[in-house]
Design a protein. Structure first.
Lengths: 159, 471
């Protein structure tokens, strides 16, 4: 049990299943999919009002396969909090946090676009960076970089 | 438009299946063109109709609220809704000189008033985060420097700090001071270019030339120090690529004189100009709460009264040693964003002057041979040096497994690097939290309920760099 910053004591008490730890100087909370919206609401009311970032990581062979990392900041208390949410590869979805932090809207669309993680109740769950008819989710680890056929290189290759 | 019918925005009156009509496909195939004697191109399949990118009459209430910018603060004062056939949706960009890159905006207009805004991004997406996974940690800074191409040194700094955090490597004090110096010069250069293009967008045509002229002095110094005017790859994990040129102090003196003189000119040219004031005061307003909820940072947030500067709140690279102030205003309009950026240039000059006085002598990169390649002369003498050199340039150095988030204050706001390593010599994942991405998302709140003519002013004041948005 690592020490939890005073601003997060109430949140830690309200969500006993959320593990708080300190990783290289950052406060990291590991929450389940069911807890994340409630936890973020508590945390936002505790002063972490600046939404910074939401992104996905594909660990491929790990279980759960994906992590969603949500970064929020308390400006007045100079604190940064990262909430990690494990997402299984067989059921890649989690509830949207855009109801708590509206700014996560684009970030969730990006995670959906590049990793194929669906955010339920998201107002506009569409691709954001890639064209709508793109197949697959390219930042997943089982998607290769691919190549573009060019002239004069490997002339025998099928085009 | 007498007696407008009472339309409920949530109800679709156009079926969404209508979007890809068979006619549009046949029309397209007629226009396929190829050269005589060559094989006809294969059928490309149904043309992308970018359905999700379309602005539909019937959207969900949350989506409407985000497009009208009323989700956080409801300051929408549009007159009573006119009939839908009097609304028009126009498309601005992606090829538009005022979008500063390839940003596309869907604007729903009621006469000259903007009702709804939908920013559409992705036109510059080149998969740089995927590329980062194929490059070693040492090569990575060549990749990130191309994201926000107007403040490349901040990208390199954030990336290098993140790698060093995982490696637990300390850079020498001189390297940290050089990083501070170069990133502050980059902030000045970026703000000068911003002044130039924003002034130009608003109609102060001479501003374009003035801003670029002053910025040139900084780019010349960057070229002298790093070898390149942009995309420097100068700040690297372990330190910087080269020491400052021997006569850098004289260069600083002349740069500061040029920038200060230019700044005085801009203040006279813009801030007192009644036309400029008319075009910027009360335009493109973002409130304090909207900035927080949408993750808007940097000068845009500080113009709205958000007292957040990563250099002060989470100091990095020794910023806590320097004495500087963070300018804050509360109106949150375009005029205030000009004031903030002018003041930030002055504060950056203050930091540069302090670096000139306090920069210590010593190494400009760490002596840790696992990270920094040995000097060329050592390779002839030492077997160890040869091995290290070979290992670094073939395999790259290994970074302990772990994940970390490192933020720096770029010219546009908080630039964060979320770096995950699996213990190998390439990042497992590198996510870049670009400040422009969040700032572009806040455009509906700035633009909705204002005049179409103000779009350009508000958009320019947000200073989006599309390389940073789309990556």
């Amino acid at each position: 049990m690592t020490t939890v910053p005073p601003a997060l004591v109430a949140a830690a008490a309200a969500f006993p299943e959320v593990e708080f730890e300190s990783v290289l100087g950052d406060t990291v909370a590991r929450a389940s999919r069911d807890d994340v919206v409630g936890l973020l609401e508590t945390v936002r009311d505790a002063g972490f009002e600046l939404f910074i970032d939401l992104c996905a990581v594909d660990y491929l062979s790990r279980n759960p396969r994906f992590d969603i990392a949500i970064n929020v900041v308390s400006v007045s208390q100079s604190l940064r909090l990262r909430v990690l949410v494990g997402i299984p590869g067989t059921d890649p979805q989690m509830p949207t946090v855009s109801s708590v932090y509206p700014g996560s809207n684009f970030y969730e669309r990006e995670a959906f676009d590049l990793f194929g993680i669906e955010f339920s109740d998201h107002p506009d769950m569409t691709r954001i960076l890639l064209p709508d008819d793109w197949e697959g989710h390219p930042l997943r680890k089982d998607v290769s970089v691919g190549s573009v056929p060019v002239q004069f290189k490997g002339a025998n290759k099928a085009r | 438009m007498s007696n407008p019918p009472d339309l409920v925005p949530g109800e679709p009156d156009v079926p969404s299946e209508d979007r890809s009509s068979p006619e549009s496909e046949s029309r397209r195939s007629v226009h396929d063109l190829w050269l005589s004697g060559t094989e006809a191109p294969r059928e490309l399949g149904p043309f992308t109709d970018e359905g999700a990118q379309e602005m539909l009459a019937g959207e969900s209430p949350e989506l409407l609220a985000s497009q009208t910018g009323t989700l956080v603060d409801d300051d929408y004062e549009a007159p009573s809704r006119s009939a839908d056939d009097e609304l028009q949706i126009i498309n601005m960009g992606p090829q538009h000189p005022a979008t500063h890159g390839v940003l596309r905006l869907h604007l729903e207009l009621d006469g000259e008033t903007i009702r709804r805004v939908k920013p559409i991004i992705g036109y510059l997406h080149t998969g740089m985060e995927k590329t980062a996974e194929a490059l070693t940690f040492m090569q990575g800074s060549t990749n990130v420097t191309r994201m926000d191409y107007l403040s490349p040194l901040h990208n390199e700094l954030g990336y290098s700090l993140a790698v060093e955090k995982l490696l637990e490597v300390e850079v020498p004090p001189r390297a940290a001071a050089i990083r501070v110096l170069m990133s502050e010069l980059n902030r000045i250069a970026s703000h000068l270019l911003w002044c130039a293009t924003s002034g130009f967008d608003i109609g102060a045509l001479s501003m374009m030339i003035y801003g670029l002229r002053e910025r040139e002095s900084l780019l010349e110094f960057f070229e002298k120090t790093t070898g390149l005017r942009m995309n420097h790859n100068y700040i690297r994990p372990g330190g910087v690529a080269a020491d400052l040129p021997p006569d850098w102090r004289e260069d600083m003196v002349s740069i500061i004189a040029i920038v200060e003189a230019g700044l005085a000119d801009y203040v006279t040219l813009l801030l007192g100009n009644p036309i400029f004031i008319e075009r910027t005061r009360g335009v493109g307003i973002l409130t304090h709460d909207e900035c927080l909820a949408y993750g808007v940072t940097g000068p845009v947030a500080r113009a709205s009264g958000v007292d957040y500067d990563v250099r002060k709140v989470f100091p990095y690279s020794g910023f806590e040693q320097y004495d500087f102030e963070v300018p804050i205003t509360t109106n949150g309009d375009v005029y205030d964003r000009f004031l903030i950026r002018f003041e930030e240039i002055r504060q950056s000059i203050r930091i540069v002057k302090q670096v000139m006085e306090t920069i210590p002598e010593g190494d400009y990169r760490t002596e840790d041979r696992k990270v920094t390649p040995p000097p060329r002369a050592r390779i002839d003498e030492s077997m160890e040096a040869l091995i290290h050199h070979f290992k670094i340039f073939t395999e790259g150095f290994k970074v302990p497994a772990g994940e970390t988030y490192q933020a720096v204050e770029s010219s546009r706001g908080e630039l964060g690097m979320y770096l995950v390593s699996d213990g190998g010599s390439k990042p497992w994942r590198l996510h870049v939290r670009g400040p422009s991405f969040a700032n572009v998302q806040s455009l509906p709140m700035m633009l909705a309920d204002s005049l179409i003519a103000d779009t350009v002013a508000a958009l320019a004041s947000a200073d989006p760099v599309m390389g940073d948005v789309d990556r």
